[in-house]
Write a protein that binds this ligand. Structure first.
Ligand SMILES: [Zn+2]
Length: 308
């Protein structure tokens, strides 16, 4: 519950229903996201995670948000892109995936965003990380754990960056939308500069809308990570269970199944929709340049795979 009631959590994704007003979750993703949010049962029985083949996928699928995968990397990239939209209001030259200017560390993964918008008078490396509170090593505050991990990774190179008037700012998000103080303060700082440039009376609506967009991307990622682990229902399998009358869309087949069957068919249809949508939403070819560190995101071990 801490992840949901924290003051930094944006719940605006729940109200983002109009596609004409920015990012929103699809219907199927919204339902799965809501189930994840309240801890509702998503699978009938615990099962072996089909992604890692090691951990148990519990009924609420919390493990899905801890398991490193292509979807977690893509989620990290989507949050980065959402943040870049805000940054671009101040710094049109801001770019993503910029190699960090640290000659002594050529293997350091590129900066998520390299910009002058976040801190007046200097360039900043914005380093996005998403972490599940259930991840190994997440501790009592997963955002703080992710923040500290990123600081440790960059500590050997901070002097090198400072000599070039470059700062490194980790931005840690939990999979449920809570953020570290820096991930809350940085959008506010950027919004204040954007408002001054645009001559606005107040900047207040800007960071809220930015965090709402990031919230949508966080939940879209969580839903994709969950949906791809659900048992895949094939059309042949559905016909074998429900008969030819089940069309994959309606919840009641023509041969009028019992109430229990109807409920199961409904669930099956939802899963199919979620799978189809997640399938269209996931570009497995868009792997992070450094996938071993990518989890950018979300993985089960803060000390190893989980990182940037
Ligand atoms: Zn797994």
């Amino acid at each position: 519950m801490r992840e949901l009631r924290g003051p930094s959590v944006s719940h605006d994704w729940l109200k983002a229903l109009n596609p004409a007003r920015g990012a929103r979750l699809s219907d199927a993703h919204f339902l799965t996201a809501f189930k994840l949010r309240v801890g509702f049962r998503i699978v009938d029985e615990p099962m072996l995670c089909p992604e890692c083949g090691v951990a148990i996928l519990d009924r609420a699928c919390t493990h899905a948000l801890c398991c490193a995968s292509a979807e977690s990397t893509k989620g990290n990239n989507k949050v980065r892109d959402s943040l870049l939209q805000l940054v671009s209001l101040v710094d049109a030259a801001a770019d993503k995936e910029v190699p960090e200017p640290t000659p002594s560390a050529p293997t350091l993964r590129p900066a998520d965003i390299f910009t002058s918008a976040a801190v007046p008078g200097c360039q900043v490396v914005l380093d996005v990380g998403i972490v599940s509170p259930d991840a190994t090593g997440a501790g009592p505050d997963c955002c703080e754990a992710m923040f500290q991990k990123k600081l440790r990774t960059h500590e050997p190179y901070l002097e090198e960056l400072e000599r070039q008037h470059i700062r490194h700012i980790p931005l840690a998000f939990s999979t449920y939308g809570r953020v570290c103080p820096e991930a809350s303060a940085t959008p506010t700082c950027i919004a204040q500069r954007a408002a001054r440039r645009k001559g606005l009376v107040s900047h207040r609506g800007i960071p809220r809308r930015a965090m709402a967009g990031i919230g949508v991307q966080l939940w879209r990622s969580a839903t994709a990570m969950t949906s791809t682990r659900l048992p895949r229902a094939t059309p042949e399998g559905i016909i074998a269970i429900f008969g030819d009358g089940f069309d994959g869309e309606s919840h009641v087949s023509s041969d009028e199944p019992s109430e229990v069957e109807s409920t199961t068919a409904s669930s099956q249809s939802e899963n199919l929709s979620a799978l189809n949508e997640s399938g269209s939403d996931i570009d497995l070819g868009e792997d992070h340049p450094d996938k071993s560190m990518s989890g950018s995101g979300v993985c089960s071990d803060l000390g190893s795979a989980m990182a940037d």
